[in-house]
Design a protein around this ligand. Structure first.
Ligand code: PLP
Length: 371
């Protein structure tokens, strides 16, 4: 006989998932009701309103995709990109590479705008690429690169995209809730996120939001969206404005209770206060790490408060340090990816995990291990 699984209690200070607020877990344990039950539908409406709050948008097409952040990314690409399109993809880390994959799988041509890992996307390079490719219809980039901790200037990049008649797809998986994402004020056309980072919900849901221009493009496609599950023309019948709530797929009911609760908590705190809290805890961590002689990968003006990429000191076995943190202190931090593998640690201070106690816990543990 196999026993029940009882995971240990960890402190999740890696690149995500982050610690889940106990109130979210409690909400998820509530009774499962039908996904077309009128009370569930009321909950969906509230959830949508709170996602609009988090994304700072009035977009009617705002909903949680029933799958993780990668599915939110795929939702944006399969709906907005058609075979034969040219898409400018800005890459400064792992996730721009995943965007390229998406573009190719849509039968479109990606034009890559590359920046060094740890640097933000260079607006001038985007401008040059758009001048060289007037046929491009879409620009895509990651606001908060989880693989490096660098933040790009979404407002400027979207403005450039629009000047060249392109729609802008923006990845805010790590950004949302931890750092400003101004969907309407910056004019973002398609934005997606994940439940498991600064929203402090369990992994597996991907909030998305689409502007009117994006919806018009989706409604006027020449080709059917290649994915049945992610085709927003169909999903809108379940989640859309004035939708009949027709069956599309069985919603992950208890997971949605969790996201609802996470957003109730975000609203109660106030999103600006959440941004300020992430900034404060980052500053405390930064001061402690620098006092220990550790240095950051990203220049101060482009650093994400929720994802701190720190160089591994010369001669230190980075995997052994992560192992000791996990085994002796129950703290998870992340390793480097791609060209940064073995060279950096990624320390997350996301959502519920972004608090002074975790800052001091990590600093104390790291100091003891490195001594
Ligand atoms: N985009 C970014 C910037 C991410 O950090 C992640 C996950 O870490 C994803 C996309 C993919 O999200 P998920 O792992 O939930 O599929």
């Amino acid at each position: 006989m196999t026993d029940s699984f009882h995971p240990p209690k960890r402190v999740l200070m890696g690149p995500g998932p982050s610690d889940v607020d106990p109130r979210v877990l409690e909400a998820m344990a509530r009774p499962t009701i039908g996904h077309l039950d009128p009370l569930f539908v009321t909950m969906m409406d509230e959830l949508k309103g709170m996602l609009q709050y988090a994304f700072r948008t009035r977009n009617a097409l705002t909903l949680p995709v029933s799958a993780p952040g990668s599915a939110g990314m795929e939702t944006a690409f399969v709906n907005l990109v058609e075979p034969g399109d040219t898409v400018i993809v800005c890459q400064n880390g792992v996730f721009g590479g995943r965007m390229k994959e998406n573009v190719e799988r849509c039968g479109a041509t990606p034009v890559m705008v590359e920046d060094e890992w740890g640097r933000p996307v260079d607006p001038q390079k985007l401008e040059d690429a758009l001048k060289a490719h007037p046929e491009a219809r879409t620009v895509a980039f990651v606001q908060a690169e989880t693989s490096t901790g660098a933040e790009s200037d979404t407002r400027t990049l979207v403005e450039i995209a629009h000047r060249h008649d392109c729609l802008a797809i923006v990845d805010t998986v790590t950004a949302l809730g931890g750092t400003p994402v101004e969907t309407d004020a910056w004019g973002i056309d398609a934005v997606y996120s994940g439940s498991q980072k600064c929203l402090s919900c369990t992994p597996g849901l991907s909030p998305v939001s689409f502007s009117e221009a994006a919806v018009a493009r989706i409604r006027n496609r020449k080709h059917k969206v290649q994915s049945w599950f992610l085709d927003l023309n169909l999903v809108m019948g379940y989640w859309g404005e004035g939708a009949k709530r027709a069956y599309h797929h069985t919603a992950p009911i208890n997971a949605l209770y969790g996201l609802h609760e996470a957003l109730v908590l975000l609203q109660a705190e106030g999103i600006e206060n959440a941004w300020a809290r992430h900034r404060r805890n980052h500053e405390a961590l930064r001061a402690g790490l620098e006092a220990m002689g550790l240095s950051f990968v990203v220049a101060p003006e482009h650093r994400l408060p929720q994802l701190n990429a720190v160089r591994v000191p010369e001669g230190v076995d980075e995997a052994a340090v992560r192992g000791a943190l996990l085994d002796d202190y129950g703290i998870e931090i992340g390793a480097g990816l791609g060209p940064l593998a073995g060279r950096i640690w990624r320390i997350g201070l996301m959502g519920y995990a972004s608090n002074p106690r975790n800052v001091y816990l990590l600093l104390g543990a790291l100091e003891a291990i490195l001594a």
